[in-house]
Design a protein around this ligand. Structure first.
Ligand code: ADP
Ligand code: MG
Length: 724
């Protein structure tokens, strides 16, 4: 018996249910055990019927003595059962659940958990859970409540997990077969020393108690153990990756002599601005990495607008000076396009963008001298695509691309099967949308380049160190001079129309451009139809309000080309107002846009609001951010007030962590890059504790002797890959 058994083997489980589980990435029994409840209901009190008290939540076990079906005058259908247990009789009232008459019949033994209510003199139980044949899984105990996704009920999930815990774990103990992902006693994943030093309960017990706890305290202890394991494994995994990484060698070694140093300096001198101190510091860190034989694996964090691109360009330039190519990947086409524009501008070279296949062949043939050449490739630009539709062999296209020094695109750059011959550097922007799998894919391409990942997502340092322990971290913590902080205001309902009025005057008098972000309908990376509908409705509404102005709508369901057209129109000032769904591209750079209006701002996390606000304030003009809110209760007002007063992304991220937990920091939940199941990243104490435990483990034990631990780490990693 092992826990890698596929859930297809669950007895009495419909194909549809199994498919639903799979859509949640639950494929094995072990996955199922790792679907943790988010709360519990305490139904452990079992009362004799004659002792029932109105208002209490309890479990009653008895025999069905009568079944009635009633329709009230208002049309409500009630299914009433009489239950007796020898001490008395009580009524159970189900509302509008006629199917229940097929399940529960006279003379059956039934266990019911619910609340006791008093109608006149009569006591009635309003059932919350019931099971036929007496208490076992859903009643008469502390019952786990699971989040119901993809149409899976908490009850179904509970039943399946119960089965796995009862059967697999018990049977394991009797079987002598090799057990992978073992949960059997005596087969702990961690050394006993670490378990006892950290006061942990054993793992098998933890899995049982997290789902079906004997008490609140037991559930907490189970959680402590599993959270410990989770953070322990993440950090051990990082350590192992970093260790392996250190043994690697770059495919192409960079050098920097006087000549290259001069060229770099000249590039810096020719920039239209002075690098900030932070940019210089970070560039030094990157430059020293680039000169090593161990490939760089660096994480560059910097607020929106802090100027990461120019640092990236410097790195590309050093690669170019050494005769190597750089790959720059952005999460979306708009961003890839924007990078292309920014970088070609920085290098002051004409854009050779958006070629057709024949054009690029022409390019490849002509001699373009020794200049740096930049290409943009995007997946949807049918104009140029490596695999299709041309009948030409891929090989030719590869040859074409070896003519470029910097290739910019989306992740289609690596998903397409092409190779560049001399890739020395890979830069990934907004890394939370990229994952382990893409990184692995790069290596599979046969080169071992330096790797720089960039993000504007404010991640508290502790969190970054925990999650990205294998990366070196650089932070641009300073904004270019001359940037005025965005003035941020909360606008209550009464002031909305005067706010609109003010915006109109700004457009008329100063040609200001405005972003209006529609409320977040559902938190999901992929824009849903529901969100789109809401946005379209809002768009019509806004068109009426701003009837004298030009408005455009940008949403996630648009084709890349349409998106680009809208963005270009906005950038070229053909539009005054851009209405967008919250999926508005993270790094969009429209320096002339100075007003950001956020509808339903209460629905966003602080870090996310900050990202949106970062779309404005990108020039020396004063910018404004207005927060509209549907609800105006105290908590919301407090949160939004904090936001209006705080311009520091990291402070906002820390606050988010406090208010909502780490899962809600912008981007993290949607993109699943935390992937934490049970531990909390705001639990700094546990992070510290597990970090020490990992250090101790590494210095006192041999990892090879802990195959189950390694297997779990592998599984965790491949799970992440599957999600990417
Ligand atoms: P991000 O870090 O969000 O990617 P960008 O690299 O897009 O930021 O830079 C935002 C804007 O700031 C760009 O228009 C860029 O040219 C400009 N910029 C970058 N560095 C500086 C600087 N040191 N001084 C002034 N402007 C700068
Ligand atoms: Mg950027």
């Amino acid at each position: 018996m092992n826990l890698n058994i596929l859930i297809d083997n669950l007895p009495k489980t419909s194909f549809i249910t199994i498919r639903k589980f799979k859509s949640l990435n639950i494929n094995t029994y072990f996955d199922l055990l790792n679907y943790f409840p988010f709360r519990y209901e305490n139904y452990s009190l079992i009362s004799p019927i004659n002792k029932l008290q109105p208002g209490e939540t309890t479990t009653v076990i008895g025999t069905i003595s009568d079944v009635k079906y009633q329709v009230t005058r208002t049309g409500l259908r009630i299914q009433v059962f009489k239950l007796e247990d020898g001490t008395g009789e009580v009524e159970l009232g189900f509302y509008n659940q006629p199917y229940i008459l097929r399940l529960i019949k006279k003379d059956m033994t039934l266990s019911v958990s619910g609340t006791v209510e008093k109608y006149g003199k009569k006591l009635v139980i309003k059932p919350k859970e019931y099971e036929i044949g007496g208490k076992k899984i859903h009643t008469g105990r502390i019952v786990p409540i699971y989040s119901e996704k993809r149409g899976l009920s908490s009850k179904t999930i509970r039943e399946k997990i119960f089965y796995v815990l009862q059967n697999v774990m018990v049977r394991q103990a009797h079987h002598d077969t090799f057990v992978t992902l073992s949960l059997t006693k005596g087969d702990e994943i961690l050394p006993n020393e670490i378990i006892s030093f950290n006061n942990l309960i054993d793992e098998q017990k933890a899995y049982q108690q997290i789902h079906f706890p004997d008490s609140k305290e037991a559930a907490q202890k189970a959680k402590d153990r599993l959270a410990f394991d989770e953070l322990f494994m993440i950090q051990l995994s990082s350590y192992l990756v970093k260790n392996e990484w250190k043994k690697e060698k770059v495919g192409y070694k960079f050098t920097i002599g006087n000549r290259h140093a001069n060229s770099l300096q000249q590039f810096i001198n020719n920039l239209p601005f002075k690098l900030t101190y932070a940019q210089k510091r970070v560039w030094n860190e990157i430059r020293s990495d680039l000169l090593k034989t161990v490939p760089m694996n660096r994480f560059l964090q910097g607020e929106v607008g802090s100027g990461k691109t120019v640092v990236a360009a410097l790195a590309c330039y050093l690669a170019y000076l050494n005769g190597f190519q750089s790959l720059l990947m952005a999460p979306t086409e708009i961003l890839a396009q924007q990078h292309f524009k920014t970088i070609t501008d920085l290098f002051k070279i004409p854009r050779l963008a958006e070629f057709t296949l024949s054009e690029i062949e022409g390019l490849a043939r002509d001699d373009r001298g020794g200049n740096l050449k930049i290409a943009l490739i995007t997946g949807s630009q049918k104009k140029f695509n490596f695999q299709s539709p041309s009948s030409k062999p891929v090989f030719n296209h590869q040859q074409l691309f070896s003519n470029f020094d910097i290739v910019i695109g989306t992740h289609s750059l690596i998903s397409k099967k092409f190779k560049m011959d001399k890739v020395g550097l890979v830069i990934v922007d907004e890394q939370h949308r990229f994952g382990v799998s893409q990184r692995a894919a790069l290596k599979e391409k046969g080169f071992n380049p330096h790797l720089l990942t960039m993000t504007a997502t404010p991640i508290p340092r502790t969190v970054a160190l925990t999650l990205y322990g294998e990366l070196d971290i650089s932070v641009i913590d300073e904004m270019p001079v001359g940037r005025l902080p965005v003035k941020t205001y909360f606008v209550n309902k009464a002031k909305r129309s005067s706010c609109y009025q003010w915006i109109k005057s700004q457009i008329s008098n100063f040609q200001s451009q405005i972003f209006i972000v529609c409320p977040l309908i559902e938190e999901s990376e992929i824009e849903t139809m529901k969100s789109l509908k809401a946005a379209k409705k809002e768009f019509i509404n806004l068109k009426n309000i701003f009837s004298d102005f030009k408005l455009g709508l940008l949403h996630g369901k648009m084709k890349a080309k349409e998106k680009e057209e809208i963005m270009t129109a906005f950038k070229n000032k053909h539009l005054d107002i851009l209405v967008t769904t919250p999926v508005v591209e993270v790094g969009v750079d429209i320096p002339n846009a100075t007003i950001m209006l956020i509808e339903g701002s209460e629905r966003f996390g602080l870090a996310q609001l900050h990202q949106l606000r970062g779309r404005v304030g990108r020039s020396d003009k004063q910018s404004y951010c207005f927060l509209f809110s549907e609800k105006e209760d105290l908590g919301i007002l407090k949160k939004l007030d904090f936001f209006t007063k705080t311009n520091d992304g990291n402070k906002l991220a820390e606050e988010d962590l406090k208010i909502r937990g780490p899962g809600d920091i912008y981007g993290i939940k949607q993109h699943g890059y935390l992937g934490l199941k049970i531990a909390s990243l705001s639990d700094y104490k546990l992070i510290e504790k597990t970090k020490k435990a990992v250090e101790y483990f590494i210095s006192h034990y041999k990892v090879e002797n802990y195959p189950i631990l390694l297997e779990r780490i592998d599984k965790e990693r491949s799970g992440k890959i599957a999600k990417d």
